[in-house]
Design a protein around this ligand. Structure first.
Ligand SMILES: [Fe+2]
Length: 308
């Protein structure tokens, strides 16, 4: 059995802490130039002014991030939607926010539908945040793989520009095929595989918010498995146990938006900590969810044993 970076010199497994937050939707929205509103952004801008700006509170996000950093995770995964309508200035501010969270070595990002809101935003996404979304060898594209301690983080993109009124996501055949190959290869390494995806593989959301090729994604997981799938998008606490190979189950866990003010969304802001140790065939993984309480403080809300 190989020794992992997460084992000490006597090959005794050490605890690795992975933090997961999602959908920070940075506020306030920068003032758009009129040229930036001659497309789908117009409806997004109106939606922001009417509704979303009352939900996503930068003071709440700052509290969540401060609490997360006080817990000193070994690594932090962010599963999309830093931006709101994909304005150029949102990517500049998003870069500053990512850097405040950590370096590209300690933070992994994957994009959400609000980051790829329009075609023009896709270029800014790669240019401004690309080094948080790369393979260990520096290669871009999806899926990418990053090894940290006993983990392999597998980053996917479901972020494709869509028509007006749609918040759907899509992996595509090529990405699903590469994901299958990647999961199979990592399974042979006996490593704890964490798949990062913005859209939930299983959701009760309306049709215009769903992952359109979720059946293909579930098929890949049923063939090759994964130890954990982390997602955002629905802005809810979610746990679904998906089918893996040979009767195994794959936990898919979602978190609320990290900036959701109390009383303004179904679930107030929260983030999850995963404390992982053990070894292949005998992993231990505990989920600790911390979120905003009625008093506006961040406190533990739930503990779930995922493995062990
Ligand atoms: Fe979102």
């Amino acid at each position: 059995m190989p020794a992992f970076a997460g084992h000490d010199r006597l090959n005794i497994p050490m605890l690795f802490t992975l933090a997961h937050l999602s959908d920070p939707h940075l506020a306030p929205l920068p003032e758009p130039r009129w040229q930036e509103l001659i497309n789908k952004r117009v409806t997004g801008y109106i939606n922001w002014q009417r509704r979303r700006r009352f939900i996503h509170d930068p003071a709440v996000l700052a509290k969540i991030v401060a609490d997360l950093q006080a817990h000193a995770p070994d690594h932090t995964a962010v599963t999309g939607d830093i931006a709101n309508i994909g304005l150029a200035e949102e990517f500049v501010r998003g870069r500053e926010w990512l850097e405040s969270l950590g370096t590209p070595d300690t933070v992994t990002y994957i994009p959400g539908n609000h980051d790829a809101y329009v075609r023009a935003a896709v270029h800014d996404l790669e240019r401004c945040w690309g080094d948080y979304m790369r393979d260990d060898d520096g290669a871009g594209g999806f899926p990418f793989v990053r090894r940290r301690g006993p983990l392999a983080l597998i980053g996917l993109s479901t972020a494709v520009p869509t028509a007006w009124g749609l918040a759907t996501g899509r992996l595509g055949k090529a990405q699903c095929a590469r994901l299958g190959d990647t999961l199979a290869a990592l399974a042979r390494e006996n490593i704890f595989r964490v798949v990062l995806i913005h859209h939930p593989p299983v959701s009760r959301a309306r049709w215009y918010k769903l992952l359109t090729d979720s059946a293909q994604f579930l098929h890949v997981l049923s063939a090759h498995g994964a130890e954990l799938v982390l997602h955002g998008h629905d802005h809810l606490h979610m746990i679904n146990w998906l089918s893996g190979p040979n009767g195994t189950r794959v936990p898919a866990v979602g978190v609320p938006s990290a900036s959701a003010a109390h009383g303004r969304a179904k679930n107030a802001a929260a983030y999850n900590l995963y404390r992982i140790d053990g070894m292949p065939g005998a992993w231990r993984c505990e989920l600790i969810s911390r979120g905003l309480d009625r008093a506006g403080e961040v406190a533990e809300q739930m503990r779930v044993t995922i493995y062990g």
